[in-house]
Design a protein around this ligand. Structure first.
Ligand code: SAH
Length: 395
C-alpha cells in the first residue's frame, strides 16, 4: 500500500468512525503535494492513525471513501466489492430468466461511491459520477468480467453527462468490452423491453421503478390508466398485463414515445388498448376532462437537482398533483413520485397534501413507496435515499 496521504484536522475522523463515506475539504489539515484528482489516497487522523482509503477529488467532497481498512485498491479489491454486490442481487431473486435487468452497483449503497452499474441482459452500463471511478474504469471492467463470467458480453461506458465537467478527461461514451453482438431485449418481471443505453436517458431504462410498476399492475384491472412522464413506458406495459381497460402514455420527448410504443408492441402486439402522446404534461392534463381516467401515474424528472431549487420544486410537485386531483375520477388511484434526492419524503408528502387540500377531495394514502432493493441505502449514508412515492385513493 503506497498511496499519497491526507491528514485530517482534530476530531474530523468522528463521522468516518461511523462509516460515513465522504470527507469534506474543511476536514483536511494537510495533504501530500501534487495530488491528482481521481487518484487513491490514504487518510490519517491528526494523531497519525489510519482511518480510510479513497478517491481524491477537487471540490467540497475531497475524498470518497472506498474502504475503512488498510488494503490495496487493486483488481482483487474491485472483484470483492462487485462480487458482494452481485451476490446480494442474486440472493434476493433479481437475477433469473424472468428478470435480467437490475442495478448491480448503487454507489455508496454498495460501498462504491461514484459508481453506478446497471445490467440489461448481457450488457452492463457503467456510469462514473467521480473522476476516481473514471480513472479506474478499465480495472473495474476487468473485475466485472471476472465476477459476472459468461453472463456478461458487453460493457458500455456512459459517463459523458455524469462526470464533473473536466475537458481533458476523455470520457467518451463507448464500449469497453464487446459491443458487436448485443442482445437488444431485456426482461423485467417477465415483461420485455428495449433498453436504449446509447441514445436513451440515464443508463437506458429506469430500473428503480420495478417494484412500483409491479404494484400498479395489481391495481390496473378494469381501470383507465394515464401514465404521465412515461419515458419508455414501464408503467404502461405493466398496467396492460394487469388488465387495464385502456392505457394512455404521455411524455414530452418524441423519442421516448417511440420507445414506449415499441415496448408495448413487443409485449402486446396490435393491442388497441394503448395510445401514446408526445406532449407536455401540463398541456395534456389541461385538455382532459374530469373522470376520463381512474388511475394516474405521475413520475416527473427530478424537479430539484440541488438544494437551491427545493422551493420551486415543491411548488412544481404541488401544481402537478393538484391537476391530477382535479381530473381523476372518483374512486381513482394516483401513483405520485419524486426522484429528487434533496426533497425529503416529508416535504414531498406535504406538497401532495397541499395539492389535495386545494382540490378539496377526500384522499387516503394506500402505500408509501421507495426505491427497490437493488438501490440499497447504506445506513451510514442516508443521502443515498432519493425515490419516494405515494399511492393515493381519491373519492
Ligand atoms: N416513469 C418513467 C420514468 C420517467 S423519467 C419510467 O418508468 O421509466 C421522466 C420523463 O419525463 C422523461 O422521459 C422526460 O422526457 C419526461 N418529461 C420531462 N419534462 C416533461 C414535461 N414537461 N411533460 C412531459 N414529460 C416530460
Amino acid at each position: 500500500m503506497n498511496y499519497k496521504k491526507i491528514k485530517l484536522k482534530p476530531k474530523k475522523e468522528d463521522s468516518l468512525r461511523r462509516f460515513h463515506p465522504w470527507i469534506f475539504s474543511g476536514a483536511v489539515q494537510e495533504k501530500d503535494n501534487d495530488l491528482t484528482e481521481g487518484e487513491v489516497v490514504t487518510v490519517y487522523t491528526t494523531a497519525g492513525d489510519f482511518i480510510a482509503i479513497g478517491h481524491y477529488q477537487i471540490g467540497s467532497i475531497e475524498v470518497r471513501v472506498l474502504s475503512f481498512e488498510e488494503e490495496d485498491i487493486d483488481q482483487s479489491f474491485w472483484e470483492r466489492r462487485l462480487r458482494s454486490a452481485f451476490d446480494l442481487r442474486k440472493s434476493i431473486g433479481l437475477v433469473s430468466s424472468d428478470n435480467n435487468s437490475y442495478r448491480l452497483v448503487h454507489g455508496e449503497g454498495d460501498s462504491l461511491p461514484g459508481l453506478i452499474i446497471d445490467i440489461y441482459a448481457e450488457t452492463a452500463v457503467f456510469q462514473s459520477h467521480s473522476v476516481g471511478m473514471h480513472e479506474d474504469r478499465l480495472v473495474i471492467s476487468e473485475a466485472l468480467k471476472v465476477v459476472m463470467g459468461d453472463s456478461l458480453k458487453n460493457i458500455y461506458y456512459k459517463s459523458e453527462t455524469t462526470l464533473p465537467y473536466k475537458a481533458d478527461l476523455g470520457a467518451e461514451n463507448e464500449y469497453l468490452y464487446g459491443g458487436k453482438d448485443v442482445t437488444e431485449v431485456a426482461v423485467e418481471n417477465g415483461l420485455k423491453f428495449y433498453p436504449d443505453w446509447v441514445k436513451g436517458q440515464k443508463t437506458g431504462f429506469f430500473v428503480d421503478q420495478r417494484d412500483n410498476r409491479a404494484l400498479l399492475e395489481k391495481y390496473a384491472n378494469g381501470r383507465s390508466v394515464l401514465n404521465m412522464f412515461c419515458y419508455t413506458g414501464g408503467f404502461s406495459f405493466y398496467a396492460m398485463r394487469g388488465y387495464a381497460k385502456l392505457v394512455h402514455s404521455v411524455d414530452s420527448s418524441s423519442k421516448a414515445i417511440m420507445l414506449t410504443n415499441k415496448n408495448v408492441e413487443i409485449n402486446f402486439p396490435d393491442d388497441k388498448r394503448h395510445e401514446a402522446y408526445a406532449e407536455d404534461a401540463f398541456k395534456f392534463l389541461g385538455k382532459i376532462n374530469k373522470g376520463d381516467y381512474d388511475l394516474i401515474v405521475l413520475d416527473p424528472p427530478a424537479f430539484a437537482k440541488h438544494r437551491g431549487a427545493i422551493r420551486n420544486a415543491l411548488q412544481g410537485y404541488k401544481r402537478l398533483n393538484a391537476v391530477a386531483f382535479d381530473k381523476i375520477a372518483s374512486g381513482g388511484i394516483i401513483f405520485t413520485f419524486s426522484c429528487s434526492q434533496v426533497i425529503t419524503k416529508e416535504a414531498f408528502r406535504l406538497a401532495v397534501f397541499s395539492a389535495a387540500a386545494m382540490s378539496g377531495r377526500k384522499v387516503r394514502i394506500l402505500h408509501q413507496l421507495s426505491q427497490p432493493a437493488d438501490h440499497p441505502v447504506n445506513i451510514y449514508h442516508p443521502e443515498g435515499e432519493y425515490l419516494k412515492g405515494l399511492v393515493l385513493y381519491v373519492e
